[in-house]
Write a protein that binds this ligand. Structure first.
Ligand code: GTP
Ligand code: SPV
Ligand code: MN
Length: 625
C-alpha cells in the first residue's frame, strides 16, 4: 500500500522531496537514503516495490525519455529495445577500483585507491549529480530471500533503466525489503549515478552517461559506488560488483566461494544426476553451456545459472552451489536456433530488455547469428539504416548489433530451468570446469590430477579477450578462474582460499576439476570442434571420469581422453581433427610454459607454494614427454 507524500516527509527527515512508493521502516536504509539524497539532490525519490504497476510506470518513463521503444507485442510481449551511448557499451576494467584499506589486500591484478581518497573524489562527483532526476531506491537480495544467510543490498540509482533491469536480474522490491525490515538485516549499499545532472539549461539525452567513469568497491565496508556508466556490469550493481567482487571478499571471510560460473544439471540415460559448475571468461560460452541441448541420445540438461555461482560447503562436506541471480544478461550475437534454442525460447516469451541489438521494421529485434540470412532492412545499434549489403553492394563493414549487445530476460523463462533453481540450499557439485578461448595449446578437455593441480589449472587459465570489456579484442591474457576482473582482493590470497576450501574437506567429497577449450583452431583458422550442443560429448566424458568408467592419458596438460573414449558417434569429425583437438602439443606447450611462469611470478610473493610446486611438476612432465 502506497504511503502518502506527507507521511513520507515525516520519515525522510533530511529532505522535503516528493516521495513515491512505500518508505522503508529499516532505519539503516532510511538514514542512507537521506544521506544520498542530501548529497546528490534528486528531484524526487521513488521506493521500488517490484510490482507490475511499477514496471509499467518505468517503461512509460523510459519511452517518454526516448531511452527505450516498446517492441511489437506480437513478437516480443512486454519488451523493450534500448540503444546506449556508443561509448557506453561494456564493462570498463581500467575504471574499476578495489579500494581496500590496505593496498596489499588489492593485489597486482586490480586498480587500487585508498578508500578516503576515492570517497573524496566520488563525493565531489556525486555532489548534485542527480539534479532534475528521480532517485530510485531498489531493495534486492542476491540469492534466495529464505536462504540461511540471505545477502541483501539496496541500490540507489538515477537510472530508470537500471531500476527496471534490476527487477529482472535480482529478487527485488517488497519481498526482500520486508525481509530486511523484519530482521533489521545488514545490506550492501550500492550507489549508482549515470553522472549527468539536469542543471539549468541542460537538455536530457536518451542515454545519459559521463565520459569519466568510476566503478569503485569498498570491500572492508562492503559498499559500492558507481558513477558515469549506465551499462550492464557497470550499473546493475547486484551482478559483478556485489555478487562477485564484494561477495568474493565475504566468501574469503566466511569460508565459501563466489565465482563467475554457470550451474548445470545433467542426467545420464541411466538416470544418474550430475551437477557441474563452469567458469569461462566473459563472452566465452557460459550462457550457451548453461542451456545446452545435448546432441547425444538420452542425456538431459537443465539450467540452474548462467553467470554467477556461490559455492558453500554443506553439512555433508560437499560443495553446494546456488545462482544468486534471477535473470540472464546474455550476449545476443551468436544466439540462434542452432546454437542456443533454449535462450531463443526464453527471450521470445518477452518481459525482456534488449540493449544495442538491431531493430526490425516490424518492431522486433535481430542480431548476427540469430538467423543465417539477415533481414533486408534494419536499424542498427547506432540507430542508422542498415542492410545486409553495404553501400558498395558488398557486405556491410559494421555489424548491425554491437558484439556486446545483450538480452536481459527472467531466468524463469528458460524452458529447461531445473526445479532446484528454487531451492535455497542449491545443488551438490560433482565437477568444476575451467575454460577459455584459446586457438591453440589447450586441449578440448583435460582433468586435473588433484585439487591443487585443478587450482593451478584455474590459476593459469588464459583466454583471448572479447568485447565484454572495453579495450582490444583477441589478445591473449591470463584470467584466473575467469575471475581476473572480478576478484575483490589479492589474487594470491584468492588462490590460497581455493586451496583452503579444498583442504577443509576430503578428496572424495570435492568436485573433480577439468579444463576445457571449445575454441581450438586448425592452421586455416577453422574451429576444430563443432561446439554448442556437441559439447555434451565432453560432458559425457567428464561424467564417466567422475564415475571411474573410463581411463585417461597422462600429459603435462592434464589427464586427456583416449580417442576411443570420447563419444563422437554421428559426428562428422575426421580422426586427424579429433587427435588435433584433444591432443597435447609439445611445441605449443614449449611456448606456453614461459608465459605461465611469467604470469605466476607477476602475482608476487604471496603466491601459495602449491602453485610453485605445480609449475615445477608441469616443467618436469614436459621434459619427460
Ligand atoms: P558473459 O555473459 O559475458 O559472461 O558471456 P558467456 O560466458 O555467457 O558467453 P556466451 O555463452 O554468451 O557466448 C559468447 C560467445 O561465444 C557467443 O558468440 C557464442 O556464440 C560463442 N560460443 C559459445 N559456445 C561456443 C562453442 O561451444 N563454440 C564456439 N565456437 N563458440 C561458442
Ligand atoms: C560479463 O562481462 O561477464 C557479463 C556482462 O556477464 S556484464 O554484466 O556487463 O558484466
Ligand atoms: Mn559474465
Amino acid at each position: 500500500e502506497g504511503v502518502e507524500v506527507t507521511d513520507a516527509k515525516l520519515t525522510h527527515v533530511r529532505t522535503d522531496l516528493p516521495v513515491s512508493g512505500r518508505v522503508p521502516t529499516h532505519p539503516g536504509i532510511l538514514a542512507w537514503v537521506d544521506e544520498v539524497a542530501a548529497l546528490t539532490r534528486p528531484e524526487a525519490i521513488h521506493h521500488c516495490d517490484g510490482s507490475d504497476e511499477e514496471w509499467d510506470h518505468l517503461v512509460d518513463v523510459l519511452v517518454a525519455a526516448g531511452t527505450a521503444v516498446r517492441l511489437n507485442p506480437e513478437r516480443k510481449p512486454n519488451s523493450l529495445y534500448v540503444r546506449t551511448d556508443p561509448d557506453d557499451v561494456a564493462r570498463v576494467e581500467d575504471r574499476t577500483f578495489i579500494c581496500s584499506v590496505a593496498e596489499d589486500d588489492c593485489g597486482p591484478t586490480n586498480n587500487w585507491m585508498a578508500p578516503a581518497q576515492m570517497k573524496a573524489i566520488l563525493r565531489d562527483r556525486f555532489d548534485g549529480c542527480m539534479r532534475g532526476r528521480t532517485m530510485y531506491v531498489v531493495p534486492f537480495c542476491m540469492g534466495h530471500v529464505e536462504a540461511a544467510d540471505p545477502k541483501f543490498g539496496v541500490e540507489i540509482t538515477d537510472s530508470p533503466y537500471v531500476a527496471l533491469s534490476m527487477r529482472i536480474m535480482t529478487r527485488m522490491g517488497a519481498e526482500p525489503l520486508e525481509a530486511m525490515e523484519a530482521s533489521r538485516a545488514a545490506f550492501v549499499p550500492a550507489l549508482h549515478s549515470v553522472g549527468m545532472p539536469l542543471t539549468e539549461g541542460v537538455v536530457d539525452v536518451p542515454w545519459p552517461c559521463n565520459d569519466e567513469k568510476y566503478i569503485a568497491h569498498f570491500p572492508d565496508e562492503r559498499a559500492i559506488w558507481s558513477f558515469g556508466s549506465g551499462y550492464g556490469g557497470n550499473s546493475l550493481l547486484g551482478k559483478k560488483c556485489y555478487a562477485l567482487r564484494i561477495a568474493s571478499v565475504m566468501a574469503r571471510d566466511e569460508g565459501w566461494l563466489a565465482e563467475h560460473m554457470l550451474i548445470l544439471r545433467l542426467t545420464s540415460p541411466k538416470g544418474r544426476v550430475f551437477h557441474v559448475c563452469a567458469a569461462f571468461p566473459s563472452a566465452c560460452g557460459k550462457t550457451n553451456l548453461a542451456m545446452i541441448n545435448p546432441t547425444i541420445p538420452g542425456w538431459k540438461a537443465e539450467t540452474l545459472g548462467d553467470d554467477i555461482a556461490w559455492l558453500r560447503p554443506g553439512d555433508d562436506g560437499r560443495l553446494w552451489a546456488v545462482n544468486p541471480e534471477s535473470g540472464l544478461f546474455g550476449v545476443a550475437p551468436g544466439t540462434g536456433e542452432t546454437t542456443n534454442p533454449n535462450a531463443m525460447r526464453a527471450v521470445e516469451a518477452g518481459n525482456s530488455v534488449f540493449t544495442n541489438v538491431a531493430l526490425t521494421p516490424d518492431g522486433d529485434v535481430w542480431w548476427e547469428g540469430m538467423t543465417d540470412v539477415a533481414p533486408e532492412r534494419l536499424t542498427d545499434w547506432k540507430g542508422r539504416a542498415w542492410t545486409p549489403r553495404g553501400p558498395d553492394g558488398g557486405r556491410p563493414s559494421e555489424k548491425a548489433a554491437h558484439p556486446n549487445s545483450r538480452f536481459c530476460t527472467p531466468i524463469t523463462q528458460v524452458p529447461i530451468l531445473a526445479a532446484a533453481y528454487d531451492d535455497p540450499r542449491g545443488v551438490p557439485i560433482d565437477a568444476i570446469i575451467f575454460g577459455g578461448r584459446r586457438e591453440n595449446t589447450i586441449p578440448l578437455v583435460a582433468q586435473s590430477r588433484s585439487w591443487a593441480h585443478g587450482v593451478f589449472m584455474g590459476a593459469t587459465c588464459s583466454s583471448e579477450t572479447t568485447a565484454a570489456s572495453t579495450g582490444s579484442v583477441g589478445v591473449l591474457r591470463r584470467d584466473p578462474m575467469a575471475m581476473l576482473p572480478f576478484i575483490g582482493y589479492h589474487v594470491a590470497d584468492y588462490l590460497q582460499h581455493w586451496l583452503d576450501v579444498g583442504n577443509a574437506t576430503t578428496a572424495d567429497k570435492l568436485p573433480k576439476i577439468f579444463y576445457v577449450n571449445w575454441f581450438r583452431r586448425d592452421g586455416d583458422g577453422r574451429f576444430l570442434w563443432p561446439g554448442f550442443g556437441e559439447n555434451s560429448r565432453v560432458l559425457k566424458w567428464i561424467a564417466e571420469r567422475i564415475d571411474g568408467r573410463v581411463g585417461a592419458v597422462d600429459s603435462p596438460a592434464g589427464q586427456l581422453p583416449l580417442p576411443e573414449d570420447l563419444d563422437v558417434s554421428g559426428l562428422d569429425l575426421p580422426a586427424t581433427d579429433l587427435e588435433a583437438v584433444i591432443g597435447y602439443s609439445p611445441s605449443e606447450w614449449a611456448d606456453e610454459l614461459p608465459r605461465v611462469r611469467r604470469w605466476l611470478r607477476s602475482l608476487g610473493s604471496r603466491l601459495p607454494t602449491e602453485m610453485h610446486d605445480e609449475l615445477w611438476l608441469l616443467a618436469e612432465a614436459m621434459v619427460r614427454e
